[in-house]
Ligand binder design. Sequence first.
Ligand code: HEC
Ligand code: HEC
Length: 337
Amino acid sequence: MRFIFAFLTISLLFSCSKNKIEKMKPWGFYYDSNFPAPVYTFQNNTVEYSRFLLGKELFFDELLSSDSTVSCATCHEQAHGFASHNSAFSAGVNNQLGTRNSPAIFNMAWNPSFMWDGGINHIEVMPIGPITNPVEMNETMQNVVQKLQNSQKYRKLFKDAYGSEYVTEQNMLRAFAQFLSMIISDKSKYDKVKRGEATFTAQEQSGYNLFQAKCSQCHTEPLFTDYQYRNNGLDASFTDLGRGLITQNTADYGKFKVPTLRNVELTYPYMHDGRFFTLNQVLDHYATGIVQSSTIDPLIQSGIPLTNTEKQQLIAFLKTLTDYELMSNPWLMEPHY
Ligand code: HEC
Ligand code: HEC
């Protein structure tokens, strides 16, 4: 059974090409019944197709950056679980690089906090971070609102979504929250196995058993993160203080939010600084590369011994977390008018 909070009404459609997509399946905020209740509940921001559409338009629009070269999608690519691939750091305006790897974006309605260090605590303020970050989109919220106000297309989209052509920062952020929340990954093979619609191969099942024994305390099912900040033994001293930057507490130095492992096959490179490019490297790290430090997580202090066979089994299991439907979901693709 799936929870269906909102449906698309066909009357909202206004273009032929979209018609085809929208007839494919119901649109809305629905998710696997094994998932816990989401954190974001759309309070004062009732789910509406027009709001989702506005959020999507904003997500793909370079207009939101100071020189109109960078959109959210520049760093968050659908084909890679809305993460960046190939490079550890992705370039913002003027090809400037940040210091952290772009994380995957899906199941955001379950996030109690955002960013590797949890520095942002609500989905409705989340986009302010990248828009105003000088090495990402380098804009001011005031300018963005003005640019949208000057656009006929956006005046119409805001009117459809929030009843007024007058563009406000709050409505813009609420539309973003709708789109971000609607990127849901719950159709991997793992989910199908859990729902009794598929079965693991023997190798995947062995990997799953290993995963539950050695990884799931931190990468907790079904979202594959416990949303805690932990140090998984990457460095002896910290160039990036992680959670410590936010709390200023030495006990948090070098701790980062446990990332989800859904779609991990496609979200390389890995870790907050993108230091590992393959899952093999990640498992080598856990097996033989753990570095001691003052804040290392007790669960990982003595490493996680893994034979080569076990590594292959774990990787086979991790690949069952890939949600191919998400990567090709037409609802989430760049809009073309
Ligand atoms: C230049 C690349 C870049 C651009 C452009 C960009 N992001 Fe990001 N995004 C990142 C990086 C890097 C992080 C991690 C930052 C950190 O942890 O400090 C991130 C983090 C996030 C997160 C948090 C995910 C989580 O699990 O905590 C969300 C959501 C997000 N971005 C959405 C957006 C939206 C919406 C936009 C457009 C308004 C955007 N991003 C533009 C690179 C980018
Ligand atoms: C003590 C908690 C803990 C345990 C146990 C643990 N991890 Fe992690 N894992 C983390 C943290 C924290 C990060 C992010 C660290 C960073 O970037 O600084 C991470 C990152 C990862 C990443 C990178 C994901 C990405 O998107 O960058 C993968 C893959 C991963 N772990 C797989 C595993 C596997 C497989 C196991 C079991 C063999 C495991 N982890 C056990 C805490 C843990």
